[in-house]
Design a protein around this ligand. Structure first.
Ligand code: FSO
Ligand code: SF4
Length: 518
């Protein structure tokens, strides 16, 4: 096997051998390559031609399946390969062959690097397109680009031809994040700031993880009046801010922290855990009887809830396990007992006058967007330290699961706004873009001229498409850590440094000095 798509890849160069660092076994990795190769074949046949909604869905689900920590189930991946082939033969006699992914992994390193940016960006974007799709929202331009991008990955192109497609991936992903924002806010209302307790109340409960708001809503419907409380986990935390989800009284709070702590946090938990998307880690014996998956997430021998969305097995497990006997006060990484969320574009722009005034009066000196994925590497306490050391008159905007490093800290407020504002999930980078553009407009300058710095933490492929979206907007001087992606070749990195001023993180002290003296 060869895989180098995520931040924890072996030796910062690539996972090979019998198993990846994430626990993905070689046979699963090879099947994921076969699935990707089959998707490229389908895309080459249909790029620029008529393709129906079912082909779009096969592509979106297939790409989503191959994201890090989503699907460890070889049987399930085999079924998906069959579905791609069936779709292809239903539509036409296959013209192009399937693609052998080894050609990509063994290609010239710069070509491999650019094509990896496109492919991994498409995988991330597919997850967002999927969450929008299940709420009934699709976009022709977004769907067409999956075909184009995959066809390009399977074609023969030089660096000059691939670079614009890399940027186009970012541009289309912005559209896709906007689509998902529309799907979420039109269905569940515009997020409002809320405080979310970390205490688990006594009695039966269910923990729901991942990004899919629709799954949460269906679970809340099915647990109505059953004496079962529901707690979000990981990227599901921002759900508390959506008016139509918030109104369910049994949606009580948030359990645990970011994904990489799940093996410790779920040990002996007296409740079931439902995974709606990534990031699922190899399941330990201490809680293997209580893990449930749905959507494209799958793990061998775990109960999978299919499209009928009958959550009865999860509900029965919650009643059987019974939860804690007494309320249990839990804390975040820094000892805080509650967190806040809901500062998406609607809420922040609703307070735009206050924000602009605070900048003009000098009460706010700088905005830092510190966000992205969390992960297991020790160097990631950089982000906690960065936030703690940021000047007291600066605001910290955050999003995605990297926020668990610092979201339980009380850093005070400025002009009635808390200094840490959680904008939501990784896809809510769209909110950050909306806020930055509105500020730029209010001050009559470009986004790069604002007192705003972006410090990203990356782990998997959604972070790749988000980064590409920021670059496609011309945003410069982004800091990235904890390490640079293994799939960036030196030449491609040079281009990103020259054109966009991208820097790897160093220490919080040094980076803050550089940023504030710029
Ligand atoms: Fe985190 Fe995992 Fe949203 Fe990612 S839970 S790491 S970028 O999947 O998706 O932030
Ligand atoms: Fe390795 Fe990451 Fe690929 Fe898993 S997803 S095999 S950890 S590079």
């Amino acid at each position: 096997m060869f895989c180098f798509q995520c931040e924890q890849t072996a030796g910062c160069s690539g996972c090979t051998g019998a198993q990846g660092v994430c626990g993905k076994k070689e046979d699963t990795a090879l099947l994921q390559d076969e699935l990707t190769g089959a998707l490229i074949g389908l895309a080459r046949d249909f790029y620029g031609r008529d393709h129906g909604a079912s082909a779009d869905r096969v592509i979106i689900e297939g790409l989503f399946t191959t994201i890090t920590n989503v699907n460890f189930d070889s049987e399930d991946i085999r079924r998906r390969i069959d579905a791609v082939r069936a779709e292809r033969s239903r539509l036409t006699a296959a013209v192009a062959g399937e693609y052998d992914m080894n050609r990509l992994w063994r290609d010239d390193e710069d070509i491999r690097s650019l094509k990896s940016l496109i492919l991994f960006g498409l995988r991330g974007m597919a997850a967002y397109a999927y969450h929008a799709l299940v709420l009934g929202y699709t976009d022709g331009e977004v769907n067409n680009f999956f075909y184009k991008g995959l066809a390009v990955v399977g074609g023969t192109f030089g660096m000059d031809e691939l670079l614009p497609v890399v940027m186009e991936t970012g541009k289309v992903n912005l559209k896709c994040m906007e689509l998902l924002d529309r799907a979420n806010t039109e269905t569940y209302g515009s997020p409002v700031p809320v405080t979310v307790p970390l205490t688990i109340e006594k009695g039966p409960f269910i923990v729901i993880s991942g990004h899919d708001l629709r799954d949460l809503q269906l679970l809340l419907e099915q647990t109505r009046g059953k004496g079962i409380n529901v707690y979000t986990h990981g990227e599901m935390l921002p759900a508390h801010a959506y008016p139509k989800l918030k109104e369910y009284p049994q949606l009580k709070g948030n359990f645990g922290t970011a994904w990489q702590n799940q093996q410790k946090e779920f040990k002996d938990i007296p409740a079931p855990v439902l995974f709606t998307t990534n990031c699922l880690m190899p399941v330990k014996d201490s809680y293997r009887d209580r893990v449930f998956t749905t959507e494209v997430v799958a793990y061998p021998d775990m109960v999978h809830i299919d499209e009928e969305k009958d959550f009865t097995p999860v509900i029965e497990k919650a009643l059987e396990l019974g939860g804690y006997a007494e309320d249990r006060v839990m804390t975040g990484i820094n000892g805080g007992t509650q967190v806040t969320t809901g500062f998406a574009h609607g809420a922040v722009l609703g307070a735009a006058d206050k924000v602009v005034e605070a900048v003009k009066s000098g009460a706010i000196s700088h905005f830092f967007l510190v966000g992205g994925c969390d992960g297991a590497k020790p160097g990631r306490n950089y982000y906690t330290e960065f936030v703690k050391q940021a000047p007291k008159d600066s605001m910290i905007l955050t999003l995605a699961c990297g926020k668990y490093r610092f979201n339980d800290l009380d850093l005070g407020s400025i002009g009635g706004l808390p200094r840490i504002m959680d904008m939501g999930q990784c896809n809510d980078a769209y909110s950050a873009v909306r806020v930055a553009s509105a500020l730029a407009e209010a001050f009559g300058c470009g986004v790069n001229d604002l007192p705003l710095s972006i410090v990203l933490s990356w782990y998997e492929q959604k972070a790749v498409c988000v980064l590409l979206s920021l670059l496609s907007l011309g945003i410069k001087n982004i800091y990235i850590g904890p390490t640079l992606p293994a799939f960036l070749s030196q030449n491609v990195l040079n281009v990103l440094v020259e054109q966009f001023g991208i820097s790897p993180i160093s220490t919080p002290e040094e980076d803050l000095k550089k940023i504030l003296n710029r």
